[in-house]
Design a protein. Structure first.
Length: 199
């Protein structure tokens, strides 16, 4: 699957017409509840345990971020080597969440949902599964970071109870050695850190 406007990998699905778009061709506009389309699909969430699931996570990480390693909270992680949950639609993997256990928190290292399965509650369900693990382990916080350009991700995390608590200026520029173009053509520079306190 490719962006409907170019040959790049898509990362988002238009909530109005359902076309899939890369970061460059994604636009951010206000949409009223009547116009926002919900995607209705049946899916299940399970712990990723098989080599096939790990291979699919590795593939999705390359599609979404172009590299297997993520830098978040000043730590480097190889996403496919981390514990993860996957969302399945029939036998297909629709998305995943990978995470790491650190001190009194769990860090969500990567969350990726294929565009055709977005707006169906998959991301929320994956995060809820990680939250349940945080509670079982008696951790206090769930952490996640995103880049300054990824306003859809920022809105998503805040809508499910996360709060911005720190900005690391130029963290992404330092990682890549240059300013990249992000969602809607915004320059990617900073890491925005969010947390959710769980009791």
């Amino acid at each position: 699957m490719k962006c409907d406007y170019c040959r790049k990998n898509p990362i988002y699905r238009c909530s109005m017409c359902a076309r899939v778009t890369c970061a460059k061709h994604t636009r951010l506009r206000p949409v009223c509840p009547s116009c926002a389309k919900k995607n209705t699909i049946g899916f299940g969430i399970a712990k990723a345990v098989s080599e096939r699931e790990t291979a699919k996570i590795r593939e999705l990480v390359k599609v979404f971020w172009g590299e297997e390693e993520q830098l978040t909270f000043d730590k480097k992680f190889v996403v496919a080597k981390l514990p993860a949950y996957v969302a399945r639609v029939d036998k297909d993997i629709a998305g995943f969440v990978s995470f790491a256990d650190v001190d009194d928190a769990i860090i969500i290292v990567a969350l990726g949902i294929l565009p055709e399965y977005q707006n169906a509650g998959v991301g929320r369900s994956l995060i809820e599964r990680v939250e349940a693990k945080v509670k079982r382990l008696r951790k206090k916080r769930l952490l996640v970071s995103t880049s300054n350009d990824d306003l859809p991700a920022l809105a998503f995390y805040q809508s499910i109870g996360f709060q911005i608590y720190e900005v690391k200026p130029d963290a992404i520029v330092e990682k890549h050695g240059e300013i990249l173009e992000g969602v809607g053509g915004l320059p990617i520079r900073d890491e925005l850190r969010l947390r959710k306190t769980l009791h």
